[in-house]
Write a protein of this length. Structure first.
Length: 184
């Protein structure tokens, strides 16, 4: 399975807070935002959260899993290693769907949370969920408030919007996750 190399967080919470203050016509603040404030602005998904960006790289991600992530296009950029024969010296048509690629991404906090809603859902493939979980776990090491806002769609909405539910919404674990998510 793939591994992930978490590269860097770009932007600071001070910049996010100052941008938020700009939107309500206040001067820049002097103190650092609290953890509670960070979670509240993330849950509100106010535009200043887009100043906080993440850069990561999957190594040996199966091509077909990479395709799932490339479908995300707002607030994210993808850089995927080529399989072109003229660049690799290998016959591209001989490669299978699970041929490994290197997939690097640069995304803002809002895009990371949105991707989590789709890619942590149990309707997503187990391989895709595992690859995304690697990223969220790395984010949690430096930005725990962002990581706790990375939840499946059902937790975000409070119900399952899928045509065919996996049944998670009927479990005590679901109720616990919704409660924890909503607490600011």
């Amino acid at each position: 399975m793939a591994s992930v190399k978490f590269m860097k967080v770009k932007g600071t919470w001070r910049e996010v807070a100052d941008a938020a203050r700009t939107t309500i016509r206040l001067d820049e603040g002097q103190k650092e935002p609290s953890s509670k404030w960070k979670k509240r602005i993330l849950l509100a998904e106010h535009s200043p959260i887009r100043k906080l960006c993440f850069n990561w790289k999957w190594i040996d991600l199966p091509y077909w899993v990479s395709v799932h992530f490339v479908r995300h296009k707002y607030g994210i950029e993808h850089f995927v290693s080529t399989q072109r024969s003229d660049r690799t010296g290998e016959d591209m048509t001989a490669k299978t769907q699970d041929a490994p690629v290197v997939h690097e991404c640069f995304a803002n906090a809002q895009a990371v949370m949105f991707m989590s809603r789709r890619r942590l859902c149990s309707q997503a493939s187990p391989e895709t969920r595992a690859a995304w979980r690697l990223v969220v776990d790395e984010i949690a090491k430096t930005e725990p408030e962002v990581a706790v806002c990375c939840v499946p769609e059902c937790v975000y909405r409070g119900f399952c919007p899928e045509f065919k539910s996996c049944g998670f919404v009927d479990t005590p674990k679901f109720a616990e996750m919704v409660k924890a998510y909503r607490e600011a």
